[in-house]
Write a protein that binds this ligand. Structure first.
Ligand code: 5AD
Ligand code: SF4
Length: 447
């Protein structure tokens, strides 16, 4: 049997795609390799969000394909970069055997078969050519799983390549998602993260519920309805969803989060900038005050809610004062964690036509400053957990210290604790926090 290995760059959406592709290949008679060296087919799942992400994948593809004559493995690229670069990717990586874009991943088994039969290169990058619904397989028995609920994005932020590479927004029918989560629960999954680029837009564009569906809690909006049903699925103990947008933090959604016991008190709400002028230029569709109000509404009913964010520094024409506004606002909100990115112009986005005029060293120092401040902030905020008892879903052995176990709190903090033999992955336990760092809480299990 031929063995494959998938290496993934990019976001959770890509991780999810890689897993679904793996499941699809296994169903088609391929076997998962232990690692890259053990594989006959190596597939690189690529990301286009920043130039650096593309450079990394290109470097990897170059290394894997440079010696075509003596090479025994088949090398393919899938995902966002394939969709963006189309045939240029085949020119840039002359040894590449196949390339499949984000919207055709369900065709991978046929494409691979044809590459293996003919030894000819194949590229498949049409838009809307694949079937999203075929990409729902899971092949791990992990405690936590990602579930797609919405593909593509219609938001049109001026810097973002996603609409170009993942196509227009389309929501999955609720019944399909519910069946997938039920099946996951049967395999031992205890936590699901519902995924969408702009997840709160779920079901706003296309119909996802039958006309006559009535929500027991009286929800009219599609995402709260979905959370309500998933909350009742046997075996599922925790539900998260990502990524959010301030306009989606409606009264109904806040109520669903507060009242549904399995929906966790955590939200990833990308801010991007603390300046209204920059937000407008980014076409984010909210002001700093809209963002503040969304956070206030959630904190009012969930005071201990974890809030994480994404920030872009050095966007076109961002002044020093505007950067300072971002700094101040990050402090005002008190984010639990933040991912900080240096603006990277992406071809075929509206902002690509504007000057990338913040110098590289300035972007670097803004990036560094926000990272340092966030590290201090995370640390300081975590101190409040010392001595407190947190509910933790056990995920497995800790990466750093194999004698310990690790899991996450409802607010999405990583919690590391000593191992007792009778604690199984997937169980909910109480941990008393003894020591904290910026990214991790340490404690002992409460009997
Ligand atoms: N340059 C830098 N960062 C970007 N992001 C998206 N596009 C770009 C870009 N062109 C960041 C945003 C987004 C995260 C996934 O990546 O902060 O929320
Ligand atoms: Fe994810 Fe965007 Fe990167 Fe694609 S380009 S993998 S959607 S972050």
């Amino acid at each position: 049997m031929m063995k494959f290995h998938v290496k993934t760059y990019g976001c959770q959406m890509n991780e999810r795609d890689s897993e679904a592709v793996g499941a699809l290949l296994m169903a088609s008679g391929y076997e998962q390799a232990a690692d890259e060296d053990d594989a006959d087919i190596i597939i690189i799942n690529t990301c286009s969000v920043r130039k650096k992400a593309e450079d990394k994948a290109l470097g990897k593809l170059g290394l894997l394909t440079y010696d075509k004559e003596n090479r025994r493995v088949i090398v393919g690229a899938i995902g966002c970069m394939v969709q963006r670069l189309q045939n240029h990717l085949l020119e840039m990586v002359p040894g590449l055997d196949f390339a499949v874009g984000t919207q055709n991943l369900s065709k991978l088994p046929e494409i691979l078969a044809s590459v293996l039969n003919s030894r000819e290169r194949v590229i498949e990058t049409g838009t809307g050519g694949g079937n999203d619904s075929l990409l729902c397989g899971h092949n791990s028995k992990n405690v936590c799983a990602f579930v797609n609920i919405l593909f593509g994005c219609d938001r049109g932020c001026s810097y973002c390549v996603v609409p170009a590479v993942r196509g227009p927004e389309r929501s999955r029918p609720a019944d399909e998602i519910i069946s997938e989560v039920k099946a996951l629960a049967k395999t031992g999954c205890r936590e699901v993260t519902l995924l969408g680029q702009s997840v709160m837009s779920y079901g706003r564009k296309n119909k996802v519920w039958p006309e006559d569906y009535v929500s027991p809690m009286g929800f009219k909006e599609p995402l709260p309805r979905l959370l309500e049903v998933v909350n009742a699925i046997d075996g599922i103990k925790r539900i998260r969803f990502t990524s959010g947008h301030p306009s989606g933090c409606t009264e109904e959604l806040v109520r669903a989060m507060a009242e549904l016991p399995n929906v966790c008190e955590h939200i990833h709400l990308p801010l991007q900038s603390g300046s209204d002028r920059v937000l407008k230029l980014m076409r984010r569709g909210y002001t700093v005050d809209d963002y503040r109000k969304a956070v206030e509404a959630m904190r009012k009913v969930m005071p201990d809610m974890g809030i994480t964010t994404d920030i872009i520094v050095g966007f076109t024409s961002e002044t020093h004062e505007e950067f300072e506004m971002t700094r101040l606002f990050m402090d005002e909100i008190g984010f639990d964690n933040a991912f900080i990115f240096k603006y990277s112009p992406r071809p075929d986005t509206p902002a690509a036509d504007w000057k990338d005029d913040v110098p590289a060293d300035e972007k670097m120092s803004r990036n560094k400053l926000l990272l340092e401040e966030q590290d201090r902030r995370s640390n300081a905020l975590n101190v409040k957990y010392t001595g407190r008892t947190l509910e933790v879903l056990v995920e497995g052995v800790s990466k750093r210290n194999k004698t310990r176990l690790s899991g996450r709190s409802r607010s999405n903090k990583i919690v590391v604790f000593d191992c007792a033999d009778d604690i199984k992955n997937g169980s909910l336990i109480n941990v008393v926090i003894e020591r904290v760092m910026a990214q991790t809480l340490y404690g002992k299990v409460l009997n």
